[in-house]
Structure formats: C-alpha cells, structure tokens
Design a protein around this ligand. Structure first.
Ligand code: G6P
Length: 579
C-alpha cells in the first residue's frame, strides 16, 4: 500500500527509480510519480494517476538526467485519485519535494497554520503539508534541522523521503513512524525504499529504520538520528534473497510461480527455529493470536492445535483485538504477519503493553521484528502476488513444526508436488465454475481454516462471491442459498470429520449443488460432480497441506479465465499499512 523509492549515487536516478517503482507495484496503488534533481536548484517532477508502465512511458520518466531522485506509488487516502494528488509533492517555491506514505492526523491544523502564513496548496493531500512545513522551518535554519523540526510537528504515521533542489549537497532526507522504510547501502550509492525487494538489484545490505528515526543519505553514506535527536546506529542486515526470487521466472503470473515455489520453500520454512517460541508458549497460561487476512487463517489453525494440546488460546482479527481482549502479564501475544508491516497487527501488538510477544513473519527487518521478544521467520522468499499463497503454507509449516517436529513433516515437499500435478485437472474444473456468481466452501475441524483460506483466495482473485463454513453451520442459514448448480467445494479427507461432512455434502447435493470435492474417499467421489484426489494412504496430519494447494490453483485458474490479473486484484494491497 503506497511505495517509496529514493536514490543518490552516480547512476541514472530516473532509471533506478522507475525500475524500483515497478517492483513496488504489488503493494497496491492508483497513481505514480518521480522527481529528479537535474542540477543545483533544478528539480524535474512528473506524475499522474495510472499504472507505472503506462505513466512512466507516456511521461518519459527515464529521459530525466540526474543522480538524485525519488519516486512514489500512491494509494489514495486523503483526496481523490488524480494528477494533483499524486506524489511527489512540492512546497510553494518548488524547492522541497517529497513523497509520503501513511496518514498525517494533524494535517488540517498544520495546513490552516501554513495557509495563514501565505502558503498555497496544489493538492488535497495531507502529504503536501509536510513539504510546506519544511519550507517554513527552513526559513530560519539549515535544511537538516528544518527537516527534523518539521517531523517533530507531525502526528500520525509516515514514511517520508524528501530532497531539496537548492540543497548544498545531493542528499535524501528520510523519516519513519508506523510505516516501513529501509535504507539500502550500495558501493558509492545509497537507496531507500518501502521494502527490500525494490532495492535487491543494487544491494543486499540493508538498514531498516526504527520507529521515530530520521536519516540523511548521501552517495557516501548515511546518518541516522533517533527520536530524541541524538545520532544513532542501527543494525545492518544482509539478505540472501536474490533478484530472481522476486521476478516471475517464466511464469505468466507471480501467483502461479509462488504456488509452485511452495515445494521448494517448504523445506526452508521447516528449517526455521521454533524452539524459542515454544518455550514462551509453554511459560504462559494463555495465548492470544493476532493476525489479519490469510495470516488470520493460519492463526485459527494454531489456536486449534494449542487448544488441542490443552492450552487456553484464541485467534483474534487484529483490528478488533483492542476492542475485545484484556491481555495481562499471563497472556502471551503471538502475531502472525507475512509482511510484518500490517498496521492492524502492529497496533494490536502495541496494545498488549507489558506482555511477552512472538512474531511469525516472512520479512527480515520488518517492523514486527522490532516489537517482538521472539521472532520465527518463514524463510519463504519474497512474495509478490497480492494473494498470499506460499507464505500461508509456510505459516502452517512452522506452526506444525512446533507441535509435530520436523521429522513428521519431511514428506511435505513431495506431497505439495503431488498436489501441484493436478494442475491440468483443476484448470478444467475452473472452466466449469468461472461463470458462476457464488461459491461455498465447507469443511470440519482442522480443515475449516483451509476452507476459509480457499474461499478468501477464490473471492479475492476471481471476484466471485464466496463463503466458507464449518459444514455443520450450513443448515443454520446458508442452505437457503444453495440452489441448482451452485458450486460447493467440500474438503473431505478421510479423517474423523468425514462422516459428518458427508452428511453436509448430501444436504447440499439434495438442493442441486455442484459438488467439487477434494478427497481420498471413494463414497465421497461417487456423491460428487467432480473430485480432486488426495494421495491414497497419506499421513492424516498432513491433510491441510494437501488441501490448500488445489484451492490456490482453483482460485488462480478461475481468475485468469475471467480475464483478471490475479497478481493485482482490484482494491487490494499486499501490505496494508493503514488501520
Ligand atoms: C493484506 C493482503 C492479504 C494478507 C493481509 C495480512 O490484506 O492482501 O493477502 O493476508 O494483508 O497481511 P500480513 O502481511 O499481515 O500477513
């Protein structure tokens, strides 16, 4: 959700920034812009609403000369989607230019104050106010001081990258609070961006900023100032992701690549160290699990496994947690977040002040890692498709490792490969359901979180209305929607849930539903209109892993058949950094 990239060095800033903007696309956006310092006192700004490819070509982004610049992909919060509201934004004189992610809560007051001092605004955004604020403060002090002073006057969340046309040197000014921003340190060049993959082509060395940090970058290095204005040192990290991992590698979409990648990454996820997390869980009376979207479904699975082992545990939708829960010192907070940047999750973690915290995340250096006492990494490599796929399976893998140990899970990679081999069959099934308006997913017990996730995947990339239920709930309302030809996807492995789920399949069938089952049971296959087979004799604890893969493929193929780009479904963002 919104993306920033900045560059200072000896390279062609416009090229590097345009390339970075393409890599930030997956976060979700509606407008795009670039600013490059073309010489002392001169800045060139080009921006408009639309997609990176289209706008950067039409406005010839890469034709701008210069070694210092910044770019932005905007996701509208304050003000309509239009050219004026697209970033970068400038002050009155066009000297200060900046891009901002987040929401400035006191912007209206700041805007009124600045307007009374004669500032004229060109957009309706909260972000533009920051440029004018810096301009105002720079009237009486040097730019670094003016920038620091301005940041102190802001309330709300922000990742800001700014520069000055008439600055004495080529520098980028950065600040972050509750919105991600990372420095990338290259040789004779420095970058900054909202996430690591946007900079991978240029460096593997990164310095994630902490909350409240301010930084100044020049081509020779960087200086970081902590919240209290003192100079600070921050941990440098090296990542072993390479550019290839964040590219499509011959697949038509990231989503398909990432579904297929699961067979490899699962072993990396299983190598993750879960011992510290387990010790903390063991030492607490109660575990509150906090997550959003797909990660919430992994959280439900974790809550089931914990409850089954005798713990008091509950999975909460992160955005609702502060309204519902009363965590105390006996409560362990366990947050699951692929990106480690979801604002709802971070807020819920902060709400549990005084509690010990575990984070399960995929992103090294993400904000969540700074809030937790113990971090479990997914090691799933960068996930670019908006719909989480491989990271969900990775979340399940690290969760299952806590309960069953790695040995019990060593067949996982092979199992995923076996399920991926159903791809052709699933594509044919997608053809049968691509024209439907509704779909229902049913399961029982531990298979329910998989039904939730299968349904979420399906609706988010196909735009077909879809719901998931524990099979027993169908008769309490939803059955009224099951009519002739409505697809009902039944997760029906031969485990203890099957006898009862079979009853639910028959109920739906009797109302004319089109039954698609994923099963290893011959009776269920007979009752179904179409089935995807689970491998005979497989270990029942691995059923959730075998079930999720065909559901991901079903969502993917149905999406493509409906002419949708599954990597970028409408209205959705990969990383949701506002509450
Ligand atoms: C967004 C994404 C979802 C994701 C959710 C939580 O809505 O589109 O795919 O599941 O955020 O993200 P997280 O990074 O916290 O797991």
């Amino acid at each position: 959700m919104c993306g920033i990239i900045g560059y200072v060095g000896s390279g062609r800033a416009s090229q590097i920034i345009t390339d970075g903007l393409k890599r930030l696309e997956y976060r979700g956006y509606d407008s795009v812009g670039i600013a490059v310092r073309t010489g002392p006192g001169r800045l060139e700004v080009r921006k408009d609403k639309g997609m990176v490819e289209e706008i950067s070509t039409a406005l010839r982004f890469t034709s701008i000369d210069g070694n210092l610049g910044l770019g932005h992909t905007r996701w509208a919060t304050h003000g309509a989607v239009c050219k004026e509201n697209a970033h970068p934004h400038a002050d009155c004189s066009g000297n200060i230019i900046l891009a901002h992610n987040g929401v400035i809560e006191n912007y209206s007051k700041l805007r009124d104050d600045l307007a009374s001092k004669g500032h004229k605004f060109a957009s309706q955004t909260d972000s533009e106010v920051i440029a004018h604020l810096i301009e105002e403060n720079a009237k009486t002090q040097p730019l670094v001081k003016a920038f620091i002073r301005s940041i102190k006057q802001l309330e709300g969340s922000y990742a800001i990258v700014a520069m000055g046309a008439s600055d004495t040197e080529e520098r980028l000014f950065m600040a972050r609070r509750n919105s991600p921003l990372v420095i990338g340190a290259g040789k004779g060049e420095m970058l900054c961006a909202s996430d690591i993959p946007a900079m991978l082509k240029y460096t593997r060395t990164f310095i994630p900023l902490q909350e409240g940090d301010i930084a100044v970058l020049s081509r020779h290095g960087y200086k970081i100032y902590a919240d209290d204005g003192s100079e600070a040192t921050r941990k440098q990290i090296t990542v072993d992701w390479d550019v290839e991992m964040a590219q499509k590698g011959g697949y038509p979409h990231f989503m398909l690549k990432e579904i297929t990648d699961q067979k490899h990454f699962i072993n990396e996820s299983l190598a993750s160290d879960v011992s510290g997390a387990w010790k903390l869980i063991d030492a607490h009376e109660r575990v509150d699990i906090i997550a959003a979207g797909t990660s919430y479904h992994a959280g439900i699975m974790l809550s089931y496994l914990l409850q089954n082992s005798g713990k008091v545990a509950q999975a909460f939708i992160a955005s609702d947690y502060p309204f519902i829960a009363k965590p105390d010192k006996k409560t362990l907070l366990l947050a699951i977040s692929q990106s480690g940047e979801t604002a709802d999750v971070l807020q819920a973690l902060r709400f549990g002040r005084g509690c010990k915290k575990i984070a399960i995340t995929n992103v090294v250096g993400s904000t969540i890692t700074t809030l937790a006492d113990c971090v479990v990494f997914l090691n799933a490599g960068p996930e670019v498709g908006v719909a989480a796929t491989k990271t969900f399976t990775a979340q399940l893998a690290v969760i299952y490792k806590m309960f069953y140990g790695k040995d019990k899970l060593k067949e996982l990679s092979g199992l995923i490969e076996t399920m991926l081999a159903h791809d052709g069959e699933i594509k044919a099934i997608a053809q049968k359901i691509a024209g439907k308006e509704n779909a229902f997913f049913i399961a029982r017990g531990r298979n329910v979180p998989i039904a939730y996730e299968g349904s979420l995947k399906f609706k988010e990339v196909t735009y077909i209305h879809s719901e998931a239920y524990p099979g027993g709930e169908l008769k309490h309302g939803t059955l009224s929607l099951i009519t002739e030809g409505v697809p009902v996807v039944a997760l029906a492995p031969k485990d203890e849930t099957l006898p009862k789920l079979f009853g639910n399949i028959r109920e739906a069938k009797a109302r004319g539903a089109f039954i698609l089952s994923i099963t290893d049971d011959d009776e269920v296959k007979k009752e179904s209109d179409i089935s995807i087979s689970l491998p005979p004799g497989m270990d029942p604890i691995l059923y959730p892993f075998a079930l999720i893969v065909p559901l991901q493929l079903l969502a993917y193929h149905t999406s493509v058949l409906r002419g949708i780009n599954p990597d970028r479904p409408r209205n959705l963002a990969k990383s949701v950094t506002v509450e």
